[in-house]
Write a protein that binds this ligand. Structure first.
Ligand code: DGL
Length: 262
């Protein structure tokens, strides 16, 4: 038996592509529908009720496309709206949360840093993850404004990136953290740059692989794997040409997106 329905994946923008990359690696025979809600980026500066409404609009679109599962490839959206989405929609969800547990397990110096959007950084969801999984570990929690935007613009090598990384990684370096959690799906695209700032002895952790594994496990458990797919369709609520250009660089292959209004 093969369940040919696609998997929905969404983010405020191109950041979710860092999760989609891992999904492609682990689930090469699945079809995906990726939505970048770029008309509303950054999600990290929205309120809880705005985030629920935006996620709802995206999930209405995806469920109309008959997706079998939705990956919320956005930490901010997960922190503020996944409980709401699970109540409102019948489809199973996989969320993205900062890898606090893994970092707390790996740190030798009992000190970790977390960089994320201002909303994720201030969320009770993150506070709860820290309380549950990082007992006895010092956590430097930094909300970053503007870092997602340089990735959105494809400006990964700009001077602005260096300035922002200096500002946001400074307190983490000074505290002596030996693990840094990338709590926003845009940041894995800056991993090499971040590595240069913090040095080779600091582990840099994101959630992409864990999300792909969780998706595989859920599909296996419900006998919903597809053995015949392998295509991905890309939609943006922003400018389709801009998205396609930046996404092609980040995914290292030609991506052509379609504009949608949600
Ligand atoms: N990529 C998103 C996240 O993981 C949000 C970036 C933004 O739109 O602020 O939180």
């Amino acid at each position: 038996m093969s369940d040919k329905r696609p998997i929905g994946v969404f983010d405020s923008g191109v950041g979710g592509l860092s999760v989609l990359k891992e999904l492609h690696k682990l689930l090469p025979k699945e079809d995906f529908i990726f939505i970048a809600d770029q008309a509303h980026v950054p999600y990290g500066e929205k309120t809880s009720s705005q985030l629920c409404q935006l996620a709802r609009n995206v999930c209405d679109f995806l469920t109309k496309k008959d997706v079998k599962l939705i990956v919320v490839a956005c930490n901010t959206s997960t922190c503020y709206s996944i409980d709401y989405l699970r109540k409102e929609f019948k489809v199973p969800f996989v969320g993205t949360v900062p890898a606090i547990k893994t970092a707390a397990e790996k740190t030798m110096k009992k000190c970790i840093g977390v960089i994320s959007t201002p909303a994720t950084s201030a969320s009770s969801y993150l506070a709860d993850l820290i309380t549950r999984h990082a007992q006895g570990v010092k956590v430097i929690n930094i909300g970053c404004t503007g870092l997602e935007n340089v990735v959105e613009k494809g400006d990964i090598n700009s001077k602005e990136v260096e300035t922002l990384l200096n500002k946001y990684l400074g307190p983490i370096k000074r505290a002596g953290a030996d693990a840094i959690v990338l709590g926003c799906t845009h940041y894995p695209f800056l991993k090499t740059k971040i590595g240069k700032h913090v040095g080779p002895d600091v582990k840099i952790l994101d959630s992409g692989k864990a999300i792909a594994k969780r998706t595989l496990a859920l599909l296996e458990d419900s006998s919903s794997l597809n053995n015949h797919g392998g295509k991905s369709h890309y939609f943006t609520t922003g400018d389709d040409k801009d998205f396609s250009k930046v996404a092609s660089v980040l995914m290292e292959k030609k991506i052509t997106a379609q504009h949608i209004v949600l």
